[in-house]
Design a binder for this molecule. Structure first.
Ligand code: TYD
Ligand code: MG
Length: 455
């Protein structure tokens, strides 16, 4: 009878787009060759017509008690900051990141801190054996008996355990290993991940348990099986950083309970992740002295100013088409700034290769770093050394003007805190900042001012 009706559907592995037939390119996220076939998940449908006995009652806003929003501190101020001030009971938090970046370590540390405050915790791993978790736990520190460990991948069993033990916080490591018997496709597939998240969301909301879900990121930079998950959870945190550099950045991409432009900075040590309270000092360590092409800029990560070094290398190209590369910043922006320098300032850079690097592996896209990029390019091109105790910030417009940036005062305070003796900033910002008597302020209105201040 059901003959002819499709019993499978195709999902985009990248974004979860659903289609009845296979496609080469996903119409939603434009990824190629990402469609996978999965069986149709049948959900029971109840006929909801007429008056029901237990119809839900809506409530007025004033009647809802704000008590349920009471946050619980994690004992790691960097994590609290990213979560918007602590853990909200009953929230569902996705922690994404490349494999090996430190997601399990971070969450186990969270468990250690919370268990020492007598919170009941359950750490469910579908990836590692109890012995392996224990090995990691020994590196991290001592745990109390309030932390329970479980190696399980079957969601029905997991639900039973949660209902029985009633922990306050549950860690699911990782969502890609979990499976539900209601869905026939393999663990890690779009339907399984969707179903698993749905189940966990129901548990979180009904029992007021906070659930942290670990999600692995595939090469393309999305959690596998993935944006499906992002809109279902309350908070999405991404753990970034070079696996070979020791520091890690935890970024909130979505947060129903706080700001999304907060970052937390951690450093991977032998005994787990350590919080970095002063990221600027870390980013600037090992900076070269008296070298052309290096410039310290101040960019904001959320409400937090971070100083980083921008390096430029401009050299004559051996080929017809010059090579331009940017690491840690937007290449299109670099090309634009170089075009502005060429047209407005007369630097003949169209035959030059240019390589821009944000040292330390940070990714910055804020317009306030424009002036720093432009000056480091000029510095490398003309072989002028930018004073090492000078910090630069400002947005550069197409006619070479230097435009004001937001939160200039916070940036200036950070520069002073780190002991810099000079700040170059947009003229319009400089006039509004008071209390910078001990620092030399170079107020510039255009690129010509900025470059002549260096000479
Ligand atoms: P892990 O948390 O297992 O990564 P993920 O869960 O994101 O896949 O972290 C693994 C890496 O961290 C591994 O390369 C070893 C390193 N590490 C340390 O350097 N110090 C430590 O104390 C721990 C526990 C791990
Ligand atoms: Mg892990």
């Amino acid at each position: 009878m059901a003959k002819g009706r499709p019993s499978t559907v195709f999902f985009c592995n990248e974004c979860g787009y659903e289609s009845s037939k296979w496609m080469g390119q996903c119409p939603a996220c434009k990824a190629w060759n990402t469609f996978v076939e999965e069986p149709v998940v049948k959900t029971a449908q109840s006929a909801r017509t007429g008056t029901r006995k237990n119809a839900p009652e809506p409530m007025s806003v004033s009647a809802v008690s704000p008590e349920s929003m009471k946050r619980c501190k994690t004992g790691m101020s960097e994590l609290d900051r990213v979560l918007g001030g602590g853990i909200v009971p009953g929230s569902l938090v996705l922690v994404g990141g490349d494999p090996g970046i430190g997601k399990s370590t971070l969450l186990l540390q969270l468990c250690r801190n919370l268990s020492s405050q007598q919170h009941k915790l359950l750490y469910i791993s579908g990836e590692e054996s109890l012995g392996q978790i224990k090995m990691r736990a020994e590196r991290i520190g001592s745990f109390t008996d309030d932390l329970l460990l479980l190696c399980e991948t079957d969601l029905a069993d997991i639900e039973q355990v949660i209902r029985k033990h009633k922990p306050e916080v549950v860690i699911i490591d990782s969502i890609q290993t979990m499976y539900s018997e209601n869905v026939t496709s393999a663990p890690g597939s779009v339907s399984q991940v969707r179903e698993a998240t749905n189940t966990l969301m129901n548990i979180a909301k009904s029992l007021s348990v906070t659930v942290f879900i670990v999600g692995h990121v595939t090469k393309e930079g999305t959690v596998a099986g993935p944006r499906v998950l992002e809109h279902m959870v309350d908070t999405v945190l991404y753990f970034e950083g070079d696996r070979f550099a020791s520091y890690r950045i935890l970024r909130a991409v979505k947060n129903r309970f706080g700001s999304t432009n907060e970052v937390g900075v951690f450093e991977m040590r032998g005994d787990g992740l350590a919080e970095v309270e002063d990221p600027s000092a870390l980013m600037l360590s090992g900076r070269p002295k008296d070298s052309a092409g290096s410039c310290v800029v101040c960019c904001m990560e959320g409400t937090r100013p971070i100083l980083v070094e921008v390096q430029a290398l401009v050299c004559r190209s051996g080929f017809g088409i010059p090579r331009r590369q940017a690491a840690g910043t937007d290449l299109a922006r670099v090309n634009l700034l170089m075009a502005v320098l060429e047209k407005r300032m007369g630097y003949k850079m169209s035959e030059c290769d240019a390589y821009i690097n944000v040292a330390g592996g940070m990714k910055m896209s804020e317009p306030a770093i424009d002036l720093g990029i432009a000056l480091s390019v000029v510095s490398s091109f003309c072989n002028i050394v930018i004073p090492e105790d000078l910090v630069v910030f400002g947005e550069v417009g197409l006619s070479g003007e230097v435009r004001s940036v937001s939160l200039a005062e916070g940036r200036a305070m950070e520069c002073r805190k780190l002991g810099f003796s000079g700040i170059m900033m947009p003229g319009s910002n400089a006039s509004s900042i008071k209390g910078l008597k001990d620092i030399k302020v170079y107020a510039v209105n255009n690129l010509a001012d900025a470059i002549s201040a260096l000479k």
